[in-house]
Design a protein around this ligand. Structure first.
Ligand SMILES: Nc1nc2c(ncn2[C@@H]2O[C@H](COP(=O)(O)OP(=O)(O)OP(=O)(O)O)[C@@H](O)[C@H]2O)c(=O)[nH]1
Ligand SMILES: [Mg+2]
Length: 313
């Protein structure tokens, strides 16, 4: 099928999106793909929620609940589960970590598991590209990463809102404080609130840890108690996410955040291919009037040409 256009993607449903995701894997440097991604990037339909937390904290259970709630509200939703275990093969096995109990016939839900790459937090170029496509097609996009220690920070490279899930009784709060992750989340959810006292303690720990941090900026991350199994706190969680998005949309913050992210994607992609000297060299190269994916592609071509000329001297 090659690379579909954005129009074809909008009309072609899941099959067209699957073809575009395949193109991300196989045609990473094609001009057609860069154009598609730039167009998708310029026409976001929804927002991206980054959801992170340690193994077993309840991310999948929460995502299942969020999918059901989105569909009940007549919103479409796509999920990318970044799978740290498939690093070695580079494979993206559907249903690997994405054990979602969704109706395969529902056109309004798309779930994909993607391999983590060697970057911290596993947010690969492919994951970024996939999320950008989904953001152009769905009302809500969730990118889920498994956070262990500091690796959560990468999720900020793609998410509008970062939701950190913390587990009762696991010492998670203290872990996060040590790792410095507390600076990152926009919303914190203590999961398994149905466990009572342990969950309340975890919440107090997190609030204490947040209180100790010097936090600049105008947004104070709320700490909520939720239970994906009983539904407790899920309305408040929705509200907190909506509030954060409203905060972002004030004073042009959302545009600033997204354009900073685009700069980060380009720098990271150039760094992966050409190292930090490549990033420095790229700063001197002017490419105007293009979206981030074409800029990255053209910068890569230019740097490659320069390297080639150098080796021929
Ligand atoms: N009591 C209670 N248990 C929960 C809740 N949410 C999830 N669990 C349980 O916690 C365990 C882990 O839940 P998952 O949703 O698989 O956690 P995860 O974060 O996706 O785990 P990984 O995929 O391994 O990173 C399961 O046994 C769930 O049934 C909750 O709200 N309350
Ligand atoms: Mg899971």
């Amino acid at each position: 099928m090659g690379v579909p256009s954005l129009k074809e993607l909008r009309e072609g449903g899941k099959a067209a999106l699957a073809a575009a995701l395949a193109a991300i894997e196989t045609e990473a440097n094609s001009e057609a793909l860069a154009h598609l991604l730039d167009e998708a990037c310029a026409k976001p339909k929804g927002y991206i929620l980054g959801l992170t937390g340690t193994p077993g904290v309840g991310k999948s259970t929460l995502i299942n609940a969020m999918i059901a709630r989105a569909r009940a509200a007549n919103k479409t939703i796509a999920v990318i589960a970044v799978d740290p275990s498939s690093k070695a093969t580079g494979g993206a096995l559907l249903g690997d970590r994405a054990r979602m109990t969704t109706d395969p016939g529902d056109k309004g839900v798309f779930v994909r598991s993607m391999a983590a790459r060697d970057r911290l937090g596993g947010i690969s170029n492919e994951t970024i590209a996939a999320a950008v496509l989904m953001r152009a097609l769905y009302d809500r996009v969730i990118v889920e990463t498994v956070g262990v220690g500091q690796s959560e920070s990468d999720i900020g490279a793609i998410a509008d809102t970062v939701l950190l899930c913390v587990q009762p009784g696991a010492g998670d709060a203290l872990q996060f404080m040590k790792a410095g992750v507390m600076e990152l989340p926009d919303v914190v959810a203590v999961t398994k609130a149905d466990q009572g006292a342990a969950a309340r303690r975890a919440r107090a720990d997190v609030e204490g840890a947040l209180g100790l941090m010097e936090r600049g900026g105008s947004w104070l991350a709320p700490v909520l108690m939720i239970s994906a199994t009983t539904g407790e706190g899920l309305d408040q969680l929705d509200e907190a996410i909506v509030n954060h998005l409203a905060h972002l949309s004030e004073a042009g913050r959302l545009n600033v955040r997204r354009s900073e992210q685009e700069g980060e994607w380009i720098a990271e992609a150039i760094r992966a291919r050409f190292g930090s000297e490549g990033v420095a060299a790229a700063r001197e190269i002017r490419i105007s009037g293009q979206g981030p994916f074409s800029r990255e592609r053209l910068l890569g071509l230019e740097l490659k040409t320069r390297l080639f000329l150098l080796t021929r001297r």
